[in-house]
Design a protein around this ligand. Sequence first.
Ligand SMILES: Nc1ncnc2c1ncn2[C@@H]1O[C@H](COP(=O)(O)OP(=O)(O)OP(=O)(O)O)[C@@H](O)[C@H]1O
Ligand SMILES: [Mg+2]
Length: 260
Amino acid sequence: MGNDTASEIQYFARAMKAPRIGEAATRLAGQARDAGWTHEEYLAAVLSREVSAREASGAELRIRAAGFPARKSLEEFTFDHQPGLKRDTIAHLGTGVFLTEAKNVVLLGPPGTGKTHLAIGLGIKAAHAGHRVLFATATQWVARLQAAHRADRLPGELERLRRYGLIIVDEVGYIPFEQDAANLFFQLVSSRYEHASLILTSNLPFARWGDVFGDQVVAAAMIDRIVHHAEVITLKGASYRLKNTGINTTSLTNTQNPAE
Ligand SMILES: Nc1ncnc2c1ncn2[C@@H]1O[C@H](COP(=O)(O)OP(=O)(O)OP(=O)(O)O)[C@@H](O)[C@H]1O
Ligand SMILES: [Mg+2]
């Protein structure tokens, strides 16, 4: 590439605010000549560098905006510790198809079995696939909805939240809700029903959600909507946190027992 042409390209790349085009144009020119790429192939290769860099930084922005409590990836998840869980199930969810179908994911199981880890891992995949994601605990979601409700702007808040392809509600069940919380939470679930996805995690089976929400009827209607289009995954066993400690807390939690 002549010097003039090269500096012209640098100028155009800066003018387009596409720095990777300038960089890739120079870097790939020699390779293109040596390998005999067509003009079109060279152009496509140069443009693809800019596009993938933009997509990566978009994903990074969405991940930072999501408010994850930690970074956990599906790749870091040890399936050997969770033999009842099929890799395929998680891999399929990781493709993000459930998001385009507005389906939900419910992760149930005792403490330390990887519910939050999988929820974050799926959230990160969703961000990479271009979806906006918001993560918070059930308690935080209720506080947020209560604040909107008090300010008379609940419908607007629910509308705004619908623009997020994925909302993650962690830790349903650890802390029982106050009375109006069941109603507010129901409205969140119902406004997303068949429009946008939810991931929920809980240490309690559905049968006990009524106690958490303090209202059996509202809880039943909510579960109905959540589960209608959902993948329900039940994790089992001892806490990963207590691995190699010799401590076992499984007798304290019996979420597996449907009679509870
Ligand atoms: N199968 C696993 N492979 C790798 N790491 C795991 C696995 N299960 C859990 N962990 C790790 O153990 C810790 C606890 O897992 P996590 O927070 O997902 O548990 P949880 O089911 O959400 O528990 P809790 O109900 O107490 O919130 C995290 O650091 C997580 O990354
Ligand atoms: Mg958790």
